[in-house]
Design a protein around this ligand. Structure first.
Ligand code: F6P
Length: 374
């Protein structure tokens, strides 16, 4: 007779709506086929410090519609974790706790960082399987990630609402949208909400061209504009500086060269944090229209998941348990053309899904005369 399988679940990285739906689907499907399920708290830290609780029927009840994650989350890396004021490599401790708890599989739900961390545990011999979640939608090899659909709805509603106030005051409103180094959320919500300008990291912008597009609207009698700017969007000149610093870091042969490139990158990242404010000031000067900034922030990933995210989480979560039953590990459960398929974690980790310049969304935005800043 085979022993009951015991699976662990953790959620890591920024939270996103639909995580609880995913925990519920993995948990219920696993309990349904006789497995036992344990939740680890606060991402990889939970496994490093053995912070766990049973995910039984009671714990899984009533969470489908709840935002956030009942497990808690964190951005800790197994190989560089702050423990009592010291940075420690906890990879071996995690492997020992995995063995101590008699785990047969570990389900990690997360985004880009989580996949790199999950790969480290795969390389340690753990049976890891991942689910893609992030509002940024930038995980490689999956069409969708859990949380994006809800965030898209929230941001679209905000862009809708900004229209009436921008219109009433004849203002430009620059709305900063999350997305890390990808522009999916800004582009998707910008199109759906009818933003006049959409700026994304994949298409560096020329502020003069953005201002010219806004001035043209004024010439036609429309004295307001909504600018949807991704947090990672940057001007052509800043993009060139970033590219140069990254390539110097990559090509550095000696430690001092590498340290210098890293310092330059840190300075550029610090500058990028104010990009939306800088852009707003530049647009006000160039167009002479009063300009305001709205930073959407964490509202984008809070609250109830959409129907689309609940469905995606349930499809991917139940497939995850089928894969565990079949002992298929080292894979992410991806959404591919409506199917839930297994793709190797090693092909996901370290790779971002960015918007191609000729992507259908980019083409559609251009065809409805949206300025993309180029
Ligand atoms: O990765 C998801 C995300 O929400 C990004 O869009 C954003 O840049 C980041 O997390 C914010 O991270 P934190 O929660 O660490 O402030």
């Amino acid at each position: 007779m085979t022993r009951t399988k015991h699976i662990g679940i953790l959620t890591a990285g920024g939270d996103s709506p639909g995580l609880n739906a995913a925990i519920r689907s993995v948990g219920k499907a696993a309990l349904g086929c006789g497995m036992t399920v344990t939740g680890f708290k606060d991402g990889f830290r939970g496994l490093a410090q053995d912070l766990r609780f049973p995910l039984d029927k009671t714990a899984l009840a009533g969470i489908l519609t709840v935002g956030g994650t009942i497990l808690g989350t964190g951005r800790d890396k197994p190989h560089r974790m702050e423990i009592e004021g010291k940075t420690r490599d906890m990879t071996d401790v995690i492997a020992a706790n995995y063995a101590k708890n008699n785990l047969d599989a570990l389900v990690c739900m997360g985004g880009g960082g989580t996949h790199k961390n999950a790969l480290r545990l795969v390389e340690k011999g753990l049976n890891v399987i991942t689910l893609p979640k992030t509002i940024d939608n930038d995980i490689a090899l999956t069409d969708a990630s859990i949380g994006f659909d809800t965030a898209l709805g929230i941001v679209t509603e905000v862009v809708d609402r900004l229209h009436s106030t921008a219109h009433s005051h004849h203002r430009i409103i620059v709305a900063e949208i999350m997305g890390h180094r990808a522009g999916w959320l800004a582009l998707g919500a910008g199109i759906a909400g009818g933003a006049d300008v959409i700026l994304i990291p994949e298409i560096p912008y020329d502020v003069e061209k953005v201002a010219a597009a806004i001035r043209r609207r004024s010439e036609y009698g429309t004295n307001f504009s909504i600018v949807a700017v991704a947090e990672g969007a940057m001007s052509v000149s800043d993009a060139a500086l970033f590219a140069a610093a990254r390539s110097r870091k990559k090509g550095a042969k000696h430690a001092p060269e590498q340290a210098e490139a890293e310092r330059d990158l840190a300075a550029l990242n610090a500058r990028q944090a104010d990009n939306t404010w800088r852009l707003s000031k530049q647009l006000e000067e160039l167009t002479r229209l009063e300009t305001r900034v709205t930073i959407l922030g964490y509202v984008q990933r809070g609250g109830t998941p959409s129907a689309g995210d609940r469905l995606l989480a349930t499809r991917l979560g139940t497939r995850c348990v089928e894969l565990i039953e079949n002992e298929c590990f080292g894979v992410m459960v991806a959404d591919c053309g409506g199917m839930a398929v297994a793709v190797p974690i090693k092909d996901v980790a370290g790779n971002l899904k960015l918007i191609a310049p000729d992507h259908a969304w980019v083409q559609s935005a251009r065809r409805v005369a949206t300025c993309l800043g180029d």
